[in-house]
Design a protein around this ligand. Sequence first.
Ligand SMILES: [Zn+2]
Length: 469
Amino acid sequence: MARLVLPGKGSSLAKRGVLGLLSSFDIQGRQHHHTLQCQARKIGRNNFHISEEAVHRDKYFSSPSRLVSRRLLCSVAQPLLAQSEELKMSTPKEIYLKDYKALDYYFDTVNLSFILGEQKTTVSSKISVCPRTEDASCPLILDGCDLKLLSIKVDGKELKKEDYYLDNRHLTLLSPPSSSFFLEIDTEIYPQYNTSLEGLYKSGGNFCTQCEAEGFRKITFYQDRPDIMAAYTCRIEADKSLYPVLLSNGNLIGQGDLEGGKHYALWEDPFKKPCYLFALVAGPLESRNDTFVTKSGRTVTLRIWTPSHDVSKTAHAMYALKAAMQWDEEVFGLEYDLDLFNIVAVPDFNMGAMENKSLNIFISKLVLASPETASDGDYAAILGVIGHEYFHNWTGNRVTCRDWFQLSLKEGLTVFRDQEFSSDMGSRTVKRIADVSQLRNYQFPQDAGPMAHPVRPHSYIKMDNFYTG
Ligand SMILES: [Zn+2]
């Protein structure tokens, strides 16, 4: 992920996101932080996010205009639980680095199917589940948040209520098969009411996802950890006039019209990935198209999607993308590995920029530039952040983290790569001065205050707190 402040802009993003320009490296026991983008802050008070989340949930569920009630979401989960028990179950656990353990089950393939609607969205997943050790029948614990479970099947057979346990954070299969099996789960979600902007949400007429770090659990029940890597397909079905563009990761392998003014697209990502890199975008977007021929001769289609009035401002971003692809080949020998690379730039993507495999998503201001309004600094910033997200294709995506304690590995290395890219494309000296200036003005004060934290923490409660807000 990346957040970038465009120099000279006084926007709220600039004010709030400025710490996100910084990445950290621990030098001689003190936290010196390297420059630019994507970094982590730690909330000193461990319970901070709990109260914040509780407040948010109350707002979310108390509005009479909401079609979804808290009871609806929780009724399947815990109809008989006393309130005190519910609160107890809502308390998240602190996660320690020292407790890392490979899970008892891994996932091989994941087939997702979305039916996007104005009132609700249904998500069907079919996962091939493999026990890590044969003949060990441990419970399979899936993460899930704000989901309504519609059905759950193992090898095509609907589970009975006594076969699983559901609370408001997990779905647990009590005794799954001891050898490989297919797990099918249907859930209902409400993207139009998702104000957390994690998981799948609808904003500005577009459906959009943000899954890093732990947003996928708001889409469907899953082992939501970076070390669970699977090959995905994604089928998206939606109204054709409202959502003419349907995007997900990988290559487009099918599309067509359906009855009732609907259409669908089918995407396949052949490379295994953690779920935090899953992405879906649907909406009335238009694209600037180009191609890039890799060093081994693969012709890659490049598309930058925006609302129609913004397409004319994407020329520099396309230049930056092609330059980044060529630079990564020349300097690091890393070639793009799919036939298609999509960028989406929409005004209401609050995470700044996200490196979802082959479907990078940006907030508009990190992509758009026109000679009438953009400064040299704006152009340089766009070059850097387009490069940063593209470079994650190898440093973060194809080679990913074991767990979130390794966040700074993917971010630190990718920031180093984007700094080298910007230096090679412009002035190395000017770039270094700008980076050091950022360190001195923003990172050093943070490290001298209560927001200081190790590059690799020993524990966390909510990973989101390690990203700049
Ligand atoms: Zn990043």
